[in-house]
Design a protein around this ligand. Sequence first.
Ligand code: ASP
Length: 356
Amino acid sequence: MKTILPLLLALFVITSCTQNSKENPVSEVAKSNKTDEGGAEFAIVIHGGAGTILKKNMTDEKEDAYRKILEKAIRTGYEILKNGGTSLDAVTKTINIMEDSPLFNAGKGAVFTNAGTNELDASIMDGKTLNAGASAGTTTVRNPIDLARAVMDKSPHVMLSGKGAEVFAEAQGLEIVDPEYFYTVNRFNALQRAKEREQIELDHDDKSAFYDAEIKDFKFGTVGCAALDKDGNLAAGTSTGGMTNKRWGRIGDAPIIGAGTYANNATCAVSSTGWGEYFIRAMVAHDISALMAYKGLTLKEAAREVIHDKVGGLGGDGGIVAVDKNGNMVFEFNTEGMYRASMNDQGELTIEIYEK
Ligand code: ASP
């Protein structure tokens, strides 16, 4: 017995060392994620912006219109995934529906800059290859998410901006519109209100109050989508007009890979919405993925930490939608509401607007 014991001990040490060396961090993450509730073969989650969205400020008709378009958008992506399509296609086509609706601050409903123009930003990321594409400050491309996708698929770059991005879009055969296409009365009036308030605040020499008030009230409606397809590939995309009354070529988080959008098959896919400056500083989308990869957190835990502790701690607000590699879906926001919807592989649909 005395001679066998040390032998057994040595054998145990050798076997456990060999096992450890075979395990990479990715499979560790996979294990920890499996402890999340739910999970699905494929899944899709979308947002239409976060902010001070209160039931008392909403009419039944308006709420109904939002719910209808959220449902139309998510069902578009769901069908693609159900039929074995890619998460990238699901994300692109789902975002197209919301870009074409004047209800959201993306594509047709984009907000106005201080100069009275509409400057649009978008990005998309492929979790399988970690390829990504983004466009910033375009004024003539009807669907900026298509441009982001083309940048990813058909150019050697990750991000294009302004005129150059528009030239590229045209060369790729994307739909080019007169900048007038983006005009909507509601958004134009919002710009006038923002400017009036700006003047009042400036007259009172209280710039910080102006910035807080304007930014909080005039940035709703960015759209985004995250999806997992049947092949286990994740993708995420985000599209926006940015913030009303923005100037000096301001670019938010939406086209910044790692801030507004991130996808990695090893962890999750995330799309953000909110006060872009804070989301850039907190690197929101990538940080959620990193917390899962390096700290072994579940998607929910990671999203909570980043939105509430990190963004909230800095004084920013907004939210994310995300799906992990096992199909667990998460909405997380620190605002009064976020237009949002999800669908799993069973076809179960949820549409929510307000804080629960
Ligand atoms: N994140 C966007 C931006 O800062 C705005 C939003 O999502 O509401 O441009």
